[in-house]
Design a protein. Structure first.
Length: 333
């Protein structure tokens, strides 16, 4: 009887507060994410503490951490919220005009710089009451975990070899080129492999110690090494750095062409023959049959197709489930 009495005091909103407070590890941050006033979140946390008989969240130094009981509650709470979303949203079908879903997308700025703004605009145009969260590609590279726990619904990026235990769809392929200042010596003289390797290159900061970017993985396979003299964690700022220096950025042609109209830059062929960059969207089995998640994937694919890659890039699209059990972590270009 006691268990039933406790159960009757729990509602879905309380579970959402529980999950948000425990994952954000902050009442104030949870209030912002939930769109609530902080005293209301504090009151809900007090109810949760009374129901569980545990503090759930305690102070540690200048921050807060979940207790052992709180940590054990995170995944069950996430599972309840996922089930509730599927139960009510998918039962009546997904209508973007009236839906109130939250779409969580992990991506980074090494994509075509128009892609994410266009994707957000398309979602808000067709599904005006839905919320959108754009997350960075996190340093821990645990995309399988983030997808399986519902922290993100979709991961978008490029891989030398895509993770094989997730669903995936190709978005587009792109030719690898180099971007240089118009006054760079190579703009007039061109270059051979040795000159290109010896030039001063700029590359993204590794996502974690020991990580290798896709370009360097490709060069490793050819037993070649370029001269990287600068790194930057903000990929979208690199073209401006190239425009005011003799640095060389090597990445996809589609990305580079977006900056040509506004900066003194020039695209030059890469003298090393490298495979094309392939961009994918990845998702977990838990959302594979969800009508809202299917709508999000179709919208993502249509936006990618609308970007019109340069001649020869081609837009390809194919969905499949790969049964292998060994994932490969996404890496930056």
């Amino acid at each position: 009887m006691r268990d039933q009495a406790l159960f009757d005091k729990i509602d879905l909103h309380l579970i959402r507060v529980l999950h948000t407070v425990l994952t954000d590890r902050s009442v104030s941050r949870a209030a912002i994410r939930l769109g609530m006033y902080q005293p209301a979140v504090s009151a809900a946390l007090k109810r949760l503490r009374d129901l569980s008989g545990d503090p759930l969240l305690v102070r540690s130094g200048s921050g807060m951490v979940p207790t052992d009981a709180g940590l054990r509650m995170i995944e069950p709470a996430a599972a309840i919220l996922r089930a509730a979303e599927v139960l009510f949203t998918d039962a009546r079908g997904f209508d973007p005009r009236t839906a109130t879903s939250t779409f969580r997308i992990a991506a980074s700025d090494y994509l075509d710089p128009l892609f994410l703004p266009m994707l957000v605009a398309q979602i808000k145009s067709q599904a005006p009451m839905c919320r959108i969260e754009i997350h960075p590609l996190s340093p821990d590279s645990n995309y399988h975990g983030h997808l399986s726990l519902g922290h993100v619904d979709l991961v978008i990026g490029n891989w030398l070899k895509p993770p094989e235990d997730l669903h995936m769809a190709r978005l587009f392929g792109d030719e690898i080129v180099s971007l240089i200042n118009k006054d760079h010596p190579a703009a007039r003289r061109g270059w051979d492999v040795d000159t290109w390797l010896a030039a001063e290159h700029i590359a993204p900061t590794p996502t974690h110690p020991g990580a290798r970017g896709i370009i360097d993985q490709m060069l490793d396979a050819l037993k070649l090494e370029r001269n990287i003299t600068a790194r930057c964690a903000h990929f979208s700022l690199i073209p401006d750095m190239v425009a005011s220096s003799l640095l060389v950025l090597t990445t996809g042609r589609q990305y580079c062409e977006r900056f040509i109209p506004r900066l003194p830059l020039q695209i030059v062929e890469c003298p090393v023959t490298l495979p094309r960059l392939m961009y994918y969207q990845l998702w977990h089995e838990r959302t594979h049959s969800s009508s809202s998640a299917r709508w999000l994937r179709e919208t993502t694919k249509s936006v990618a197709a609308s970007l019109r890659p340069p001649p020869g890039s081609g837009v390809v699209a194919a969905d499949k489930k790969n049964p292998s059990t060994t994932p490969t972590s996404p890496t930056k270009v």
